[in-house]
Structure formats: structure tokens, C-alpha cells
Write a protein that binds this ligand. Structure first.
Ligand code: MN
Length: 257
């Protein structure tokens, strides 16, 4: 298995690390920005993991699985459908997604998320694949009622906590047969395979790079398979992708100020 990288809470604050089986081996920066080992290490626990990226932007692709486009009543697009989530929405493994009072219908969208390893601008699909650092799991949490109501997706996709990521970044790329599942309270809701993407990863990243420069550590959500459904107070959600690992998050009402 290729290396895993993340951010760990320590007594001296969050630190980047290579996450080995027993030990977190600390780095002096994120690996896609030249971070190198400091020689220090310590045992780690899942509870101490933070979001494994600090992206300057979170780019998302909608309707990239036929069956999901259909379940929402849409045609499969002829070009990738792009939108952004604000970096302020990012939370790490074990976080709690907060249900905002403005929405009566918040849904999970488990997705394969790719992490850029270098600056990408106007690249070909082949260059895009070579320029990616690795992969992680994400939940493109969506206030479906607001997404449908607003012309832009900004509100429906952009609430604080609506972007769980993790538990780590696995270096390299998953293969075409990688399976993605989402369970809620132990019951499977979503299941899909990377090979069923309408636009594969290299094409997506190349398409995005013709619009905006992607920086090292930026992330791209690659779309969700069918089976999206509502999130309710107290739900326990797991997004698992073979070859990467499992991202867990909770769900609770937004705290009143
Ligand atoms: Mn999505």
C-alpha cells in the first residue's frame, strides 16, 4: 500500500505527518508542498486526525454518475458541471455536520476526492493525472431544497461543516474498480464504482485547469453515485473507498449562537 498523509493534533498544535500503522512521522509541511520528515514521530489515534488538506479551493463536479443524474431527474451533462464549496466548509474525520435552520432537507453525497500535487493550468488529461498527489474520501453535503431553490449552488453546498474530508490522503490513484460506499447508521445508502464516472478523473481535472489554476493541495470532488438521501440529527455516516479507507462523521443541529 502507498503512503498515507494527514494532519494530527499534537501538544504543539496541528502537524503534518505520514500516517504509518503505529506511528505518525511528522513533516515540516504538507507533502505536496515539499514537506519533508523532521525525524520526530509519535503514536496517533483516529480521534486526533484533522482534515488532511487545507485547500485554497474545493472544486466539485455534479452529475458525474449516470444513475445519480437520473435519480435527481437530470440528463447526463455533455460537459462537466462545475461548482465550488468554500474552504470554510472543510471539516475532518469524526467531525459533526451541522444541520442549518434554513434547510429542511440536507443530504449526503459520498465522493472520491483527488488532491493536486502541483500547480495545474491548461493541462492535458495525462498531465493532470501525473500532477495529482493522491486521493481521499469526502462527503459533498448538500441542502437539497436550497440547491433546487437557488440559481447558484453556493448556499446549498456552502454551509460550515458541509465538506467532511479524510481520514488521510492516500498517495497515488485508486484503480477503476475501486468501490465507494456510504452507510448511515450502519445501513448502506450509496454504492458505486470509479469506472462508472461519466468523465474520468484526468478529463475532469484537465477541464477544470482550463478554467482556474489548481494549486498544490487543492481538491476536486469527482461526483457521487446513486443513493443520496437525507441526514438527520444523530446520524452516523461513513464514506468508504477501497484502497483509501473510511471517513466517519456525525450529524447534529446547528448550535444556536
Ligand atoms: Mn456532489
Amino acid at each position: 500500500m502507498s503512503a498515507r498523509y494527514g494532519r494530527v493534533v499534537t501538544a504543539s498544535g496541528p502537524r503534518w505527518a505520514r500516517i504509518d500503522e503505529a506511528l505518525a512521522r511528522y513533516l515540516d509541511g504538507p507533502p505536496w508542498a515539499g514537506g519533508s520528515p523532521t525525524g520526530e514521530d509519535a503514536p496517533w489515534s483516529e480521534a486526533a486526525l484533522l482534515a488532511p488538506v487545507e485547500p485554497s479551493k474545493v472544486v466539485c463536479v455534479g452529475r458525474n454518475y449516470r444513475a445519480h443524474a437520473k435519480e435527481l431527474g437530470h440528463e447526463v451533462p455533455s460537459e462537466p458541471l462545475l461548482f465550488l464549496k468554500p474552504p470554510s466548509a472543510v471539516v475532518g474525520p469524526g467531525a459533526t455536520v451541522r444541520l442549518p435552520p434554513q434547510s429542511a432537507r440536507v443530504e449526503h453525497e459520498g465522493e472520491l476526492v483527488v488532491v493536486c500535487g502541483r500547480r495545474l493550468r491548461d493541462v492535458t488529461p495525462e498531465e493532470a493525472l501525473r500532477g495529482l498527489f493522491g486521493v481521499t474520501c469526502g462527503d459533498d453535503v448538500t441542502a437539497r431544497d436550497l440547491q433546487r431553490k437557488d440559481v447558484q449552488f453556493t448556499r446549498g453546498k456552502g454551509f460550515d461543516t458541509f465538506c467532511p474530508l479524510g481520514p488521510w490522503v492516500r498517495e497515488g490513484m485508486v484503480d477503476r474498480d475501486a468501490e465507494l460506499t456510504v452507510t448511515v447508521n450502519g445501513v448502506r445508502r450509496q454504492r458505486g464504482w470509479v469506472r462508472d464516472m461519466v468523465f474520468p478523473v484526468g478529463e475532469l481535472v484537465a477541464y477544470i485547469s482550463a478554467v482556474m489554476t489548481l494549486e498544490p493541495g487543492d481538491v476536486v470532488f469527482t461526483g457521487t453515485p446513486e443513493g443520496v438521501g437525507p441526514l438527520l440529527d444523530g446520524d452516523r455516516v461513513t464514506v468508504e473507498i477501497s484502497g483509501i479507507g473510511a471517513l466517519h462523521h456525525g450529524v447534529a443541529p446547528r448550535r444556536s449562537p
